[in-house]
Design a binder for this molecule. Sequence first.
Ligand code: MN
Ligand code: MN
Length: 472
Amino acid sequence: MSEKEKTEGQIKKEELFYSKKSAFEQLTADKIAEAKEYAEGYRDFIDKAKNEREAVVYAAELLKSKGYREYRIGDRISHGDKLYINNRNKSLFAIRVSEGDINCGTRIIASHIDSPRLDLKQHPLYESDGIAYFKTHYYGGIRKYQWATIPLALHGIVRKSDGETVNVRLGDEPGDPVLCITDLLPHLAKDQNTKPLGQAFTGEGLNLIVGTSPYFESDGKITETDDKVKLSVMVALNDKYGITESDFLSAELFAVPAQNCVDVGLDRWLLGAYGHDDRVCAYPSLTALLDSDGTDKTSIIVLADKEEVGSDGVGGMQNSMLLDLISELASNLGGNSNVIRVNSKCLSADVTVCFDPNYPEVSEKKNSAILHCGIGLAKYTGSGGKGGTNDCPAEFVAEVRKIFDDAGAVWQTAELGKVDQGGGGTVAKFIANRNIDTVDVGVPVLSMHAPFELISKLDLYSAHVAFTAFLK
Ligand code: MN
Ligand code: MN
């Protein structure tokens, strides 16, 4: 229908109503192709960085290759510097210092690089009825039943008392053995089936099968000691990694899904992987930093640890490192850290729930992020009447909205489920509490916190475009 044929009411409606369009409808064919291409870089990142330590290594290598150099709190900072802080191999800060007045503030994008998983306990290895197991203590919000009967890989480090660090990465390469948690057969699950979903699986029941054969003496006979299978596993670990059982005391070993990132759907527009939350925001924050070179604003990219368990600790967003960094920028560049903070702006880049047509009852569709409709901007998070939310002031929401629109970034609003259905939070409040304007934005995720989460390549690309515009 041409403009002339439209009625006044139709024209008014177009002028006055908000209508959500998907990235397929908004973007040119070139941009759509670019989005598919962009996802390939992310695929490489998410397969290599299955926990915060691996993400820090990946980010540091990428930044180094682009001219960034390692910085430690206390070192000199000059205008034009490109720096990164590797904070104890657990979190990372990338800093691009502008030539301008530091008191004008910084642009910060903060995401997190830890994901829900099963951590090995400090005394993990035991044997029961001829099977050797690792005991685990789950990390973050998991639905326990999802972690049984899937292949699990083991990632992390063992720090020996002599200071040597042994890197462990087992189960992801073709031909690698994997670990596994068993479940009941349906034939014998009568009692388990009567339990509520949240109670049918216990945390102490999440034990990983790690070996099943006894230790053989050199003459080929089965050893006559107790714990024959545990011994054969410990010998294998000693052969492979040079560790003894006591080295588990100072180890960080995580069981994560052995699955690597794959395309989902015949049209290949979804990516299925472990730990999109929140590496799907961490990766575009890095590419945005590298793509927005030449801007006059000082930029800080934070890849934080411990978001999934409350953001505490040395690598968490409640740690003082961001404040320390801003105070170093102030003292080195002739600024005032209080002034820098009040003039700084932050995107808390964390995933949001994607409306799931299979479970429409938990969301209020009008205010939910929809698949392929771009990055989700959440003015507020929280639960039970916005409890614990940052609830970003409308003024800053408007500022960010304009930045995204001017850049042609595909974006939408997002809300974590319908009112009183549950809820959640992000690192936003920890940054806003330090007097820095902060709003939540992030890629919508289907099956969030499951061992295999889904995201849209278009929404991922939208994050890159939106973040790049924010830093410019
Ligand atoms: Mn998250
Ligand atoms: Mn999460």
